[in-house]
Design a protein around this ligand. Structure first.
Ligand code: UDP
Length: 222
């Protein structure tokens, strides 16, 4: 009979190698004794990375097990979306990984495939979509609504009543001013918030904002 379940971190570059210890810690916390693989398509053959077996997606797919759980540890949100669809089509589960040192308050809904790094805090009454990445020391305060494939770099401060659409990327140390119940502060789909930006008002979809107060980056001036 095949093993009941195996686990994998997809991506063996910076993001994946930083999330692997958190994934390992989670299995220990849950008393699950199972192997965690790295999956990376750049690999041609089975190898070892940081003490874990590492192989490409086809080789992982070929392993005979009843259930496979995969955390997509790749910062690029478009790649995460593509791989999430493929993994589920192939009958595997998206795996959510949370560090021991997280604080998650009341009535928080987090969809599958999230990665919550150490010292992340999620306030009360927050909804978060698929494959959210919250890197070290970032927080999401009360009543925020976060879409699918959103990425927070380390130290992002997202205050209360902020709505963030799909595929938004927020750079290290950026701060988002709080909105209100009647008028949440909204960040549009695919927007990029530069490192250290201080966002004080709504951000349209698809733009990049930088600075304090954050302003749209005029790409003609680069
Ligand atoms: N990768 C992959 N399959 C894909 C896309 C990416 O295995 O379809 C791997 C790629 O080979 C690389 C990692 O994902 O090792 C992404 O690493 P990168 O340094 O670009 O970014 P990170 O997300 O780790 O910051």
């Amino acid at each position: 009979m095949s093993a009941p379940a195996i686990y994998a971190v997809f991506g063996a570059s910076g993001c994946g190698r930083s999330l692997m210890p958190i994934a390992r810690e989670q299995l220990t916390r849950l008393s699950i004794q199972s192997q965690i693989y790295f999956i990376d398509d750049a690999l041609n053959e089975l190898t070892m990375i940081n003490g874990h077996p590492a192989l490409n997606y086809s080789a992982f797919q070929a392993l005979e097990v009843q259930q496979k759980y995969v955390l997509i540890a790749i910062a690029n949100s478009q790649v995460r979306e593509k791989l999430a669809a493929k993994i589920q089509q192939d009958g595997m589960q998206l795996w959510t990984v949370q560090a021991n040192l997280n604080v998650v308050m009341d009535q928080v809904e987090i969809a599958a495939g999230a990665a919550l790094s150490p010292f992340v805090t999620i306030g009360s009454n927050v909804r978060i979509g698929c494959c959210f990445h919250a890197n070290l020391y970032s927080y999401v305060e009360h009543d925020c609504v976060i879409g699918d494939f959103v990425t927070f770099a380390p130290g992002v401060k997202c205050n209360g009543n902020v709505h963030i659409a799909d595929h938004v990327y927020i750079g290290a140390g950026a701060m988002i001013k709080q909105g209100t119940t009647e008028q949440p502060l909204c960040i549009g789909q695919g927007a990029v918030i530069g490192m250290g930006a201080v966002v004080t008002k709504n951000v349209p979809a698809g733009v990049t904002v930088v600075g304090n107060p954050a302003r749209i980056l005029n790409t003609n001036n680069r």
